[in-house]
Design a binder for this molecule. Structure first.
Ligand code: KG4
Ligand code: ZN
Length: 332
């Protein structure tokens, strides 16, 4: 079984080939056009997907050494994501499946982030908890089986990736700011500044308050000293990063205590954060968790994770009709 998977939900154009559950290729073209605008411009993202999709698919097939005629199914991200971006991947997948007369598999992007854990060893055992943290979502997921996933907590406003990117913007860093905060934080003191945080009931999160508190804090400090950001950049990055990680870890600990589950995973773009990875290792050692942290390339958006999810759906015969359309707010 050879599946070609396509990911085009946001600003990464990606294609991958999986053969009977083994990933043969995973090609990602990150769109650099958005950097100059300080965030993803949806119209430019869909245009860039149109430019990249053919070369990215060709390269994925070439490096997997799989010809189009040997494909068994075409998978694609149906949602959640930007409508225009999703349309490019969906239309391409539908056209190719029709031309090759093979079935289509629609994949939920957030479920795929979790299932990225099955690309490589060690693979988590069921049931496990996955903290999925990306630019658009922050979810605590109880994973009972490959396709039996339940969201037990989530953000009620901004995603944590958005909090990273927006605070980075306030610090005059470019987009995406998450990796830049991570880099500067390595040279800073995480205890230098304290910011007020919002504690939501249960296992839910809220990140809009911290962003606003940070904005007012910077406004007041720069009014007193215009060079404040420049003079304190590493400490500011380390302190805001530590605050965001504390907020995530507090709910993760709570979810683990409530469910009694000790297999704990992280997924999504923010799981590439070195501070979060370290903190998870430390907490895991302290509480006797077995932790699962994906390789960097499987944290941020990639078609390899779409291919992995598609593999499990194909095993179940879970295909979708040619009339399928993208779902920007796809739930599960
Ligand atoms: O999963 P992803 O690639 O795309 C979405 O589905 O949203 O996540 C992108 C997010 C962005 O907010 C980006 O700033 C954040 O992941 N991110 C990081 C790091 N690498 C990526 N945030 C903090 N530290 C990082 N090292
Ligand atoms: Zn993502």
């Amino acid at each position: 079984m050879n599946i070609l998977a396509i990911e085009s939900s946001c600003d990464d154009s990606s294609a991958a080939v999986i053969q009977n559950g083994t990933l043969l290729s995973n090609v990602v073209a990150s769109q650099l056009v958005h950097q100059q605008y300080g965030g993803v411009v949806p119209e430019l993202a869909s245009r860039a997907h149109q430019q990249y999709i053919v070369p990215v698919v060709d390269e994925a097939l070439r490096s997997a050494k799989i010809a189009k005629k040997d494909l068994t199914a075409i998978a694609f991200t149906r949602g959640p994501g930007l409508l225009g971006s999703l349309l490019v991947g969906t239309s391409f997948a539908k056209a190719l499946a029709l031309a090759l007369d093979i079935p289509l598999i629609d994949v939920n992007h957030m479920q795929a982030h979790v299932l990225a854990h099955f690309i490589e060893n060690p693979k988590p055992q069921f049931p496990f908890l996955c903290l999925t943290v990306s630019g658009g979502h922050t979810q605590l997921v109880l994973v009972r089986d490959y396709l039996d996933l339940e969201i037990i907590g989530q953000t009620q406003d901004d995603a944590v990736g958005e909090a990273f990117d927006k605070t980075a913007k306030l610090l005059q860093l470019s987009y995406p700011g998450g990796p830049l905060i991570d880099r500067h934080a390595r040279d800073g003191n995480p205890d230098r500044f304290r910011f007020p945080t919002t504690d939501m009931p249960g296992l839910d999160f809220s990140f809009s308050g911290i962003k606003t508190a940070f904005m007012y804090f910077l406004r007041d400090q720069t009014a007193k000293n215009p060079g404040f950001i420049e003079e304190n950049l590493p400490d500011l990055c380390a302190s805001i990063q530590a605050t965001l990680i504390r907020m995530l870890m507090q709910k993760l600990r709570k979810a683990a205590a409530q469910t009694g589950i000790t297999y704990i995973a992280i997924a999504g773009g923010v799981s590439a954060n070195s501070g979060l990875r370290e903190e998870l290792q430390k907490t895991g050692a302290e509480l006797g968790w077995t932790v699962f942290i994906p390789r960097f390339e499987y944290c941020t958006d990639n078609a390899g994770m779409i291919a992995m999810a598609a593999h499990f759906k194909a095993l179940r015969g879970d295909f979708c009709p040619q009339t399928v359309s993208p779902m920007p707010r796809m739930a599960w």
